[in-house]
Design a protein around this ligand. Sequence first.
Ligand code: PEP
Ligand code: MN
Length: 345
Amino acid sequence: MVIVMESIATEEQIQKIIDLLTRKGFDAHRSTGATRTIIGAVGSDAGALDPRDFQLMEGVREVLRITEPWKLAGRVFRPEGSVIAAGAARGSAQVSFGGPEVVVVAGPCAVESEEQIRKVAASVRRSGARVLRGGAFKPRTSPYSFQGLGEEGLRLLRAAADEQKMLVISEVMDATQIDVAAKYVDILQVGARNMQNFTFLRELGKASLPVLLKRGLSATLEEWLLSAEYIMAGGNHAVILCERGIRTFERYTRNTMDISAIPVIHKLSHLPIVADPSHGTGLRDKVAPMARAAVAAGADGLLIEVHHDPDNARSDGAQSLHPEQFAELIGQLKVILPAVGRRLA
Ligand code: PEP
Ligand code: MN
């Protein structure tokens, strides 16, 4: 962190800054130029300093943070980028996120019945999806909406995926669900509403499965990466980020799909990032355009809701693709991917 003093700052004001830095355990490096004094904080954990502690002190013109607040999630930790393999723990066929191949995750919002999940699994697999999604524990805005089938849903999801030789991802909503889910899934999903549930993130840090961490509804990229840092600091470095749209003033779409997050995250972090245009837009006819844009922007994967009968889906039907629309989208991705140096997993 660098503290730039006003040109009229007094010696006493400068000394107060230096004293505070020293009390916080940092070395203060002072350089006095022709017009103003600049103080640099040097210490092993400069990211832990809060710029606001200095911003309001008398004589301070500006405080600049030059170290990033994360240690493990930042690009410098692994400049070549992380490739996260899923499936190994259960002996399933492996699928890697972050390599040359773009992974398509597809399935219904929620597992509803054996017939439903088997039908959807067969159709998305035929089109090219490698990972089957489906919520068993559903975070619904209203307590009266369908909450998911729980462990029975996980069992149906796993069976349908095994039948199609697919991997499985499903959401866990709290720490008590991690062990139950780990019996059935290859990747644990953390929903947008839980992105900053820090005690939960710490528990996921002890899990031995990869975690797909969705971006919070109103989370900045910095907050999101710090949430990934919580999981990684606990020992689990297998974190896959998922951009799923953020809350803005725009009401025409359910959320605003932040495509720009993809190249920005790639610059800031070594973690793979997948895009979820289903929750990102909330409207079926907007899903394919945003999916195409996301892979063109460098997304390492896509997470897409597909239902064999979306009009009668128990959740998120309006944003679920019909199987034929999903097949058409995959055909388009096969054209786009080589142009950006990637291929479908
Ligand atoms: C989901 O994937 O079905 C879901 C609930 O997602 P989000 O947490 O992004 O709303
Ligand atoms: Mn959904």
